[in-house]
Design a protein around this ligand. Structure first.
Ligand SMILES: Nc1ncnc2c1ncn2[C@@H]1O[C@H](COP(=O)(O)OP(=O)(O)O)[C@@H](O)[C@H]1O
Ligand SMILES: [Mg+2]
Length: 401
């Protein structure tokens, strides 16, 4: 989750609510036994939990996190709170007690949680911070009256937008300003949700939905360029532009042929070429004859193009079910992009040429462990263990498509 990965690591990394943050950190710095509790009130995704966590760390304090769901009964609350309240280390280090999402607790008025907490605060040897979503609930109002109460508000849209842009840059995804703003608007001030929208491909409809559509369009244009080509040269050029692995290329071709209006005899001929190509790829990959994959396009141009040319066959992708192939490309597009950039640099070609011409082959070759490991090393995908593992998994998956 990007929202976890990019959870600010320092208080200064948070956006919005500068004054509120200052109030809370001053409260903590000045707190002495007998002092008030702090109550952070505001909608989800404004950084309340993050702030308290970071302040504890910055002050070298142990955080004792008591979530409402952990202390479902008065007895549980009493026991956990009692323990935490009195614990001061030998060296006088204090804990910061945090009752997060206290709405849930306070809401159960039947057990008098609010009174209970108020009493506890007076006796605590450690500062108590609380966070709540709804400042207007009666219970929270009651609690607020005895606390240093601080309101958190949604950060300004511009700041959220800038924050998302930073994350997009770090993740190397290209997102337009409009798309970013759509995420911001849809999230309505909830930063976590804005980040989640960015990660899941944008707010409904817009954002990198566009780039998914672009990919879909480019694959479909390339196939239709092949089917409608004037001659073999044009057919070959179009086929090269199909940014799919050899397996996928052949599978998509066969789907298009099957759904076309070709007369039976021609359809049978076309299907024979396609299934021979499919078998050949399987054999090449299995036998490690990687170089032969390069002849796949030529085989399809010589064998298939003369049968399908003339405009009867069109690419059958779009009106089909959600395209597993393209959605996969989309989901892994970050890795595809990173690999193609690095590959292009090594192979001294342009990134887009690498992606459409070489990469499908390179991916297919990756079913061989030796090849895959060499590639990972030469592209520097082995900088750390986590990176290597995630790329290795990705390349293995790519190779078997
Ligand atoms: N003010 C903020 N600045 C930067 N990121 C934020 C901010 N508020 C929330 N986030 C993002 O949302 C996630 C959840 O934040 P959190 O502190 O749990 O919010 P809250 O407790 O107010 O619901 C964080 O991991 C972070 O990615
Ligand atoms: Mg929270």
């Amino acid at each position: 989750m990007w929202s976890e990965k990019y959870r600010p690591k320092k208080v200064e990394g948070l956006i919005g609510n500068e004054e509120a943050r200052l109030v809370v950190s001053t409260w903590l710095a000045e707190w002495k036994p007998g002092g008030k509790a702090a109550l952070l009130m505001g909608p989800p995704g404004t950084g309340k939990t993050t702030l308290v966590t970071l302040l504890a760390r910055a002050n070298g304090m142990n955080l004792v996190d008591l979530n409402a769901s952990d202390v479902r009964t008065k007895e549980m609350l009493g026991r956990k709170l009692g323990e935490a309240m009195s614990t001061v280390s030998l060296f006088g280090e204090r804990s910061l007690i945090f009752l997060d999402e206290v709405d849930g607790l306070a809401g159960r008025s039947d057990y008098g949680a609010v009174e209970f907490i108020k009493d506890a605060v007076k006796e605590s040897q450690n500062p108590i911070a609380m966070a709540a979503n709804d400042p207007d609930s009666d219970q929270i109002k009651k609690l607020a009256s005895s606390c240093v109460a601080v309101r958190f508000r949604p950060p300004p849209p511009r700041e959220v937008e800038m924050y998302l842009r930073e994350i997009a840059r770090a993740e190397r995804v290209e997102v337009s300003g409009d798309a970013l703003r759509a995420c911001v608007l849809e999230a309505g001030g909830d930063v976590r949700q804005a980040v989640n929208l960015l990660q899941s491909g944008g707010s409904s409809g817009t954002s990198h939905g566009a780039s998914y559509k672009d990919r879909e369009r480019s694959v479909s244009e390339a196939f239709n360029g092949f089917f409608g080509a004037a001659d073999k040269g044009e057919a070959a050029a179009s086929l090269r532009k199909v940014a799919l692995s050899p397996f996928e290329k052949v599978r998509e071709l066969s789907r298009s042929v099957v759904r076309s209006g070709l007369p039976p005899e021609e359809m049978a001929r076309a299907m024979e070429v396609v299934s021979r190509a499919d078998l050949a790829i399987g054999r090449m990959v299995k036998g490690g004859e990687w170089r032969l994959l390069r002849y796949l396009d030529r085989g399809l141009v010589d064998g298939l193009f003369p049968v399908v040319k003339g405009g009867t066959v069109r690419y059958a992708g779009q009106d089909d079910l959600p395209f597993p192939v393209l959605s996969r490309i989309w989901n892994d597009s970050k890795k595809v992009k990173e690999v193609s950039l690095r590959y292009a640099r090594r192979a001294h070609t342009s990134g887009s040429a690498a992606r459409s011409q070489d990469l499908p082959y390179v991916f297919a070759l990756c079913s061989g462990k030796r090849f895959r490991e060499d590639l990972e090393r030469s592209l520097g995908l082995d900088a750390d263990k986590e990176m290597l593992e995630s790329y290795d998994r990705f390349l293995q998956k790519e190779s078997t498509r």
